[in-house]
Design a protein around this ligand. Structure first.
Ligand code: ADP
Length: 161
């Protein structure tokens, strides 16, 4: 199996994302982690910050030979086509993710027929973690150390100092 694209905002990268990355990297030869840049959202971390943080974490867990970090704007299918990628990975946390993800994968199929979406189920201990929830808890001073890698946590702390 060749290269698989794992797209997302990763703002910030959580243990849920990392779990998907680790498991996907045992199935696929290589993972291209594509950070989506959304001009309509003000992110917690800038694109460049996210890129650096994710690269550092990937290095730290010894996966830098399996995972490349990049970014793209516009349609994911255009980016996948440009990179000649035929598999996209998405994580599923709960039934609530399913409807949206199903619609998205069907839409993507109409835009790029050769592209297959592969869903990986979240590990149960991470099923309730989302970047938004992590940011929310962090904002009010809650402990998020069980949900993000220490590198991510430190960078989040730096942001508010
Ligand atoms: P979020 O949905 O948390 O804002 P992203 O847009 O960065 O995160 O999500 C990118 C991909 O990672 C999506 O397919 C999403 O379902 C998946 N994902 C996010 N959090 C988790 C988790 N805790 N467990 C499994 N997959 C996850």
């Amino acid at each position: 199996m060749a290269v698989a694209l794992y797209p997302g905002s990763f703002d910030p990268l959580t243990y849920g994302h990392l779990d998907i990355i680790k498991r996907a990297s045992s199935v696929f030869n290589h993972i291209l982690l594509g950070i989506i840049t959304n001009p309509n959202k003000t992110p917690f971390f800038s694109l460049e910050e996210r890129k650096k943080i994710i690269k550092d974490v990937i290095d730290n867990i010894g996966l830098s030979n399996k995972v490349t970090v990049d970014s793209f704007d516009g349609l994911m299918v255009n980016y996948a086509r440009e990179k000649n990628i035929k598999v996209v990975i998405r994580g599923l946390r709960a039934v609530s993710d399913f409807e949206y993800e199903l619609a998205l994968s069907m839409m993507n199929k109409t835009l790029y027929n050769e592209l297959e979406t592969v869903f990986l189920m979240t590990a149960s201990e991470y099923s309730f973690i989302s970047s938004n929830l992590v940011k929310e808890v962090f904002k009010y001073g809650g402990d998020i150390s069980n949900y993000v890698h220490p590198i991510v946590f430190n960078e989040m702390l730096k942001k508010i100092r």
